[in-house]
Write a protein that binds this ligand. Structure first.
Ligand SMILES: O=C(O)CCC(=O)C(=O)O
Length: 353
């Protein structure tokens, strides 16, 4: 990957729906400064950092608002120690409301020329600093294989200022024209990275709280490594024309976060709960071929003792509806752990002789 250039700033087009739509189609992304009110984003940042601190994710020797990560607590989705803290974060009422702010809905309505369906399912990310023993940098991938349905667009928003050193997102401009590219097992978010040369030109930038990056479901994107001491927090939500079909999984809660009733249990108001039902979204089946291929690759890797299959196996255990597959993944995880323990034992005994 060459040194990355800065995003093309589309803020000056913000009010011009057709011009935004044309640029989004051409480059595969839009970088918009100050789309969301900075104070609203910072408020959510404060709320989520409090939950992260309560879960032990932040260094207790620093102020919570400094967001300095506790390296000893470094963990990642979908590990259970991550999920234990994450469930409370994902259900945060103010976080959910950021995705559906009137300014955001109006922007997508201008781009689509019709009302937008905001997928109820969205991702909130907590990326611990990269270290020798920990790395959860998002690899280069496309969202279409994960989201399915009609063409949809992600909005990626950092919860606070996010400089290059903090690990913001990067996109390959123009890669949206290449269709769905071949994939391999990946270890970052999503667990499915591109396995072939990536078309387009990589761009990234420094974000301030309130800035947003919008990109198509075939636009290849990745994150820069988090080379700072801070926990990088962000969310990515998806939008599509309300007349177009989506898949059932986009109407569900985030995997491992319980039912909508459980998510809404602590909300202060029921305003906007189940908002999508009024739009009666059209549902089409999810195309599972990409996950099936990834999972078969992960099984074969694990059978060869390749530890990099671990995150995919964890995802299968947590998310796959097929019990036989879940069982196979659990058995392989057990074998990998036993092999790792044996290797550590052998290293320790050779060091002591
Ligand atoms: O925040 C990240 O590291 C990954 C985000 C991402 O892959 C997405 O928005 O689709």
């Amino acid at each position: 990957m060459d040194a990355m250039r800065d995003f093309l700033d589309s803020t000056d087009l913000m009010e011009d729906g057709p011009a935004l739509a044309e640029r989004l189609e051409h480059d595969g992304y839009l970088f918009l400064r100050g789309l969301l009110p900075r104070e609203a984003v910072l408020d959510v940042r404060r709320r989520l950092l409090k939950k992260a601190a309560a879960g032990g994710w932040l260094d207790p020797d620093h102020r919570v608002e400094d967001a300095i990560a506790n390296p000893a607590a470094a963990c990642k989705d979908p590990e259970e120690r991550y999920m234990k803290v994450f469930r409370g974060i994902w259900s945060d009422e103010a976080l959910h409301r950021l995705r559906t702010l009137p300014v955001v809905l109006a922007l997508f309505e201008r781009i689509f020329g019709e009302p937008a369906l905001v997928h109820p399912m969205f991702v909130q990310r907590n990326i611990f600093p990269q270290s020798e023993s920990f790395d959860f940098t998002t690899g280069a991938h496309q969202d279409k294989v994960h989201i399915g349905g009609a063409t949809n667009y992600a909005m990626w928003v950092p919860l606070g200022d996010c400089r290059r050193v903090n690990g913001p997102l990067a996109v390959s401009a123009g890669s949206n024209h290449a269709g769905v590219l071949d994939t391999k097992v990946g270890n970052g978010a999503g667990g499915m990275d591109i396995s072939v040369p990536i078309p387009g030109k990589w761009v990234t930038g420094d974000f301030e709280a309130g800035d947003a990056l919008i990109f198509a479901d075939t636009t290849v994107h990745c994150a820069l490594p988090n080379r700072s001491a801070l926990l990088r927090q962000s969310f990515d939500a998806r939008y599509q024309p309300a007349s177009q079909p989506t898949t059932e999984k986009n109407l569900c809660t985030y995997a491992g976060c319980g039912t909508w009733e459980e998510v809404y249990a602590d909300w202060s108001s029921d305003d906007q709960q189940y908002y999508w039902r009024a739009l009666s979204p059209k549902i089409v089946p999810f195309d599972n071929q990409y996950y099936e291929r990834r999972d078969q690759m992960a099984f074969e890797m694990a059978e060869r003792g390749d530890l990099s299959a671990r995150d995919t196996l964890l995802r299968i255990v947590q998310r796959d509806p097929d019990e036989a597959k879940r069982q196979r993944a659990e058995d392989l995880l057990r074998d990998l752990s036993a092999a790792t323990a044996q290797r550590h034992g052998a290293v320790a005994s050779s060091a002591s002789t």
